[in-house]
Design a protein around this ligand. Structure first.
Ligand SMILES: [Zn+2]
Length: 147
């Protein structure tokens, strides 16, 4: 009886590990998919359920390295990236770190990307099938404020 239980437990454990690995592999696949230009809105939203915030940050970073705007729904090529890390706003008498902002073609894309990133679930990837699908919201372009 005990041996049987052990065997069962072992099988459950193996199944959990297999499921976890598959979910992590799938998330990496999603990252690669979202590095491409011309991503459809619906595809983008569907894929977001299969990644975590770290994966999303990887997508932005990789797109930036490939000279594409960091926001996966934007196809703008960002050739000229400012070298400086800080920007001084004289009017507000403030210094801004623009490390993240530099990865996007516009203020809109930066904000839209941050908005989506904040909605990416933080729960473990391999437990997602037990959760209700989140209802992601995109930031619309008409809300664009400043560049
Ligand atoms: Zn953009």
């Amino acid at each position: 009886m005990t041996t049987e239980n052990n065997q069962q437990l072992r099988e459950q454990l193996i199944a959990a590990v297999v499921k976890k690995r598959a979910a992590v592999a799938r998330a990496h696949q999603v990252v690669v998919t979202l590095l491409e230009p011309h991503i459809e809105e619906q595809t983008f939203l569907d894929l977001l359920t299969e990644i975590g915030p770290d994966n999303y940050a990887d997508i932005v970073e990789e797109r930036h390295i490939n000279k594409l705007c960091g926001y996966p729904l934007c196809d703008v090529v960002v050739e000229k990236v400012p070298v400086k890390q800080y920007q001084i706003c004289v009017a507000k008498n403030k210094v801004y770190d623009i490390t993240e902002r530099k990865k996007f073609c516009s203020g809109y894309c930066f904000k839209a990307s941050e908005y989506i990133k904040s909605q990416v679930p933080t729960s473990p990837l391999w437990l997602r099938d037990k959760e209700p699908k989140p209802n992601f919201r995109l930031m619309r372009r008409e809300k664009e404020i400043g560049k």
